[in-house]
Write a protein of this length. Structure first.
Length: 75
């Protein structure tokens, strides 16, 4: 999975589960940050949510689940 595919997956799941506009969720998520597997062997990606408190909580909950499914991604 690539960073772009992961971002699309996150936006789609947030839109389906929480409602709202996919553009707003994409903006609240921000970019997917990719880290080197050598320094982050268990999970090499992160997002820095910048939405409302409700949006950020939904994003963090979803990311916890998606990290179990896709801990390592590529650029």
């Amino acid at each position: 999975m690539t960073t772009h595919q992961l971002l699309t997956l996150l936006v789609n799941r947030l839109t389906r589960a929480q409602g709202g506009d996919s553009r707003a969720w994409r903006r609240a998520l921000g970019p997917v940050r990719l880290y080197d597997v050598a320094t982050h062997p268990h999970c090499n990606w992160a997002v820095m949510p910048s939405g409302s408190i409700r949006e950020n909580a939904a994003i963090e909950r979803l990311c916890d689940h998606v990290r179990d499914e896709h801990p390592i991604i590529s650029g």
